[in-house]
Design a protein around this ligand. Structure first.
Ligand SMILES: Nc1ncnc2c1ncn2[C@@H]1O[C@H](COP(=O)(O)OP(=O)(O)O)[C@@H](O)[C@H]1O
Ligand SMILES: [Mg+2]
Length: 317
């Protein structure tokens, strides 16, 4: 297959790893920066240029969209989708996952157990939310944060109010959750309807955030059936084929903390010894095969200039 990885840099660990494993599996892999893509959006003539040139044939797309720049990334991904190119994760699911509030609302609608969360636009309305959650201590977090940045612990309702008030000055959306004390959290990687790897992350000394970017350490985790069920349901509810599902243990069973549409590979592969990159690529290969067999010759994929049905959209040639 001719695979495009949408990523800001070829030097990012997970991007480099996916490219390497993709090539080992016999694919032609090209890494493209969505910020250098130009698009023509015009019905039949829709097209996509990279660094000013037509991109050439593309069979499948593997998006690695960071939270901070996902507007441009999502726009490019949508363009590939509308050109009929199979993508590992759909733009709709990635758009939901980039925002914690949307994710939690989506999970609630699908009855997937998740951490209770309050959202208030005005700092004066925060206290009611904290009371509904059972009182302090609470965790206050940016709705679109990642890597543990923008996640704070407030010991009192007044502390939480002042954090929320400060962030609203910068027009940031803030979520409040009960502080759940537990032995770290769990990260399960879902790919193609299966949990392919799982680790437990524990925070560094003096830190409550378990993120590996914040100095947390990870060990392999043997998943319980209930954990696998919740992770698979969460990925399905958000509409993601591949996802990193963070779970936190509670007396009532595992609760979803967040959903990552582009989970990092370094920590999970090191902790588990699993080739997670290969699982992701297998999922993309299956997606490509399913798309090719279900739409060969159909109108879903665009016809080539020769008039023959093709899995390669004209606009990418
Ligand atoms: N409600 C909570 N109770 C206890 N710890 C939490 C809670 N929310 C977040 N944390 C800790 O903070 C870390 C980062 O929070 P998370 O919501 O996953 O944001 P990010 O997207 O920045 O990783 C989690 O991995 C967990 O260790
Ligand atoms: Mg997290």
């Amino acid at each position: 297959m001719k695979i495009v990885i949408l990523s800001r840099s070829r030097f990012l660990y997970s991007t480099a790893r996916l490219a390497l494993v993709g090539r080992v599996r016999g694919h032609h892999v090209r890494i493209i920066d969505p910020l250098r893509c130009a698009m023509l959006v015009d019905g039949e003539r829709s097209a996509l240029l990279y660094r000013g040139e037509p991109l050439g044939p593309v069979d499948a797309v593997l998006p690695r969209l960071g939270r901070s720049w996902s507007f441009a990334g999502l726009a490019v991904l949508r363009q590939f989708e509308s050109l009929g190119v199979p993508c590992l994760n759909p733009s709709g699911g990635i758009a939901i996952a980039r925002d914690k509030l949307s994710t939690l609302q989506c999970l609630a609608r699908a009855r997937v157990p998740a951490v209770a969360t309050a959202f208030a636009r005005d700092a004066r309305d925060v206290r009611g939310g904290i009371e509904a959650l059972g009182g302090p201590p609470v965790v206050v977090k940016l709705s679109d944060g990642s890597q543990g940045l923008g996640v704070m612990l407030a010991e009192s309702a007044a502390g939480a109010e002042s954090i929320v008030g400060a962030f609203h000055v910068f027009n940031q959306h803030i979520l409040v959750q009960p502080y759940l004390r537990c032995d770290g959290d769990l990260r399960l990687i879902v790919a193609g309807g299966q949990v392919v790897a799982a680790m437990r992350r524990r925070a560094a000394q003096g830190e409550f955030r378990n993120n590996l970017h914040r100095g947390g350490v990870a060990v392999v985790h043997r998943t319980a059936p209930e954990e696998r069920r919740v992770a698979l349901e969460a990925a399905r509810a958000i509409g993601l084929r591949v996802a990193g599902i963070d779970l936190i243990e509670s007396p009532h069973g595992p609760l979803v903390l967040e959903v990552n549409a582009s989970p990092g590979l370094r920590g999970i592969e090191a902790a588990t010894g699993r080739n997670v990159a290969a699982s992701l690529l297998r999922c993309l290969e299956a997606r490509y095969s399913a798309a090719s067999s279900s739409s060969s010759g159909s109108s879903r994929l665009r016809a080539s200039s020769s008039g023959q049905p093709s899995t390669i959209p004209d606009a990418l040639r």
